[in-house]
Write a protein that binds this ligand. Sequence first.
Ligand code: LLP
Length: 420
Amino acid sequence: MDHFQLRDGVLHAEDVPLPRVAEEVGTPLYVYSRATLVRHARVFRDALSELKDPHIAFAVKSNPNLAVLRVLANEGYGADVVSGGELTRALKAGMKPEDIVFSGVGKTHAELQHGIEAGIGQFNIESEEEGYELAAIARRFGVKAACALRVNPDVDARTHEKISTGKRENKFGVPLDRAAEIYTGLASEDGLDMRGIAVHIGSQLADLEPLETAFGKVGALIAELREGGCSVTHADLGGGLGVPYKAGEELPAPAEYGKMVARVTKDWDVRLMFEPGRVIAGNAGVLLTKVIRVKRGIERPFVVVDAAMNDLARPAMYGAWHDFDAVEPTGEKTVAHIVGPICETGDTFAMDRECDVLGAGDLAVFRTAGAYGATMASSYNSRGFVAEVLVDGYKFAVVADRIAAGAIMDAEQVPDWLQD
Ligand code: LLP
């Protein structure tokens, strides 16, 4: 459930009519609902209530806006970060260092050191090379870095291939059949406190079975490690739970996920950790856009909106579906192609989409844009970066300014030797 609903024929975010936000801030514009973020954070936590003291780290990559992170920090969430930039954001938003987990296959030396200096709670090591590098840094600082070893369980998550991370050919984690050997080697390093196993097989998972298979493999590995004399006190089960992108679509609910996790892990005797992103933020945001004009097409009209693939990349990158609704629907429906202004055919949000009848100047939203929306924006075609707004009841605030194309240009220079 989200808080983007029609009231007297006008789409609202919580108690705020979207035309008011568009009027004050302009379009295109991401609009987030605090109540929805809080609700999702609590639903996910409640789903894990059978577990003892689970650690929940929001996947910052899904929505790194500082205000969004602060809402989740206030809900007791930690952060799963994958870069120095995300680490800085999580700390700035008020997440406690000990609640921060650092994932990612290409952490640089500087980023590993940044994590050590910040005193983060856990590094999820993705290779033995990274582990030994981290050990050397930690030794230099005279600390022991708490670590989990990320394994690649070779499980097909049955999601889009570009967001599937747990197959053997994917770059993530270490192969399961070498995991015990690598873990044992790293555990003997002074600078490391090897304390657990991490796994994340992909995103937008519509089916719990691949997760269950992967978790089963992690359970067997934990038993094997303990038999070999290693200590394992933590297991990070990643994120990945999918969300409905189409009205009426059914996906496994967090509660079903929680039950499965409780069943599969009941004998593990570890602290479980989670890294949800989309399930928390996805339906807590919309991309608000204005129709520039409706162009007559050969078979169907093109609804040309002022948002484009640079603002919301998912349809162009993954062929993803986002529901598209008028802010003030008349009840009349049509079938149209929904496109942005960018000069490539990939800048198409939907083909042959049944949607509300819209005309030039009308407002509409792409729904479920709170995760992997603004964060994946670019300035392609010299478009600026889109603004972001957070709504809370009757009030709203701009939580990210629009960055105009001119401001981006200000960071460019023509060298002297070209200026003759
Ligand atoms: N943990 C790790 C190690 C991850 O790589 C990810 C996502 C997550 C947690 C959070 O996954 P979630 O709960 O959000 O599914 N840009 C793509 C999604 C990329 C996901 C990358 N990793 C999209 O727009 O669909």
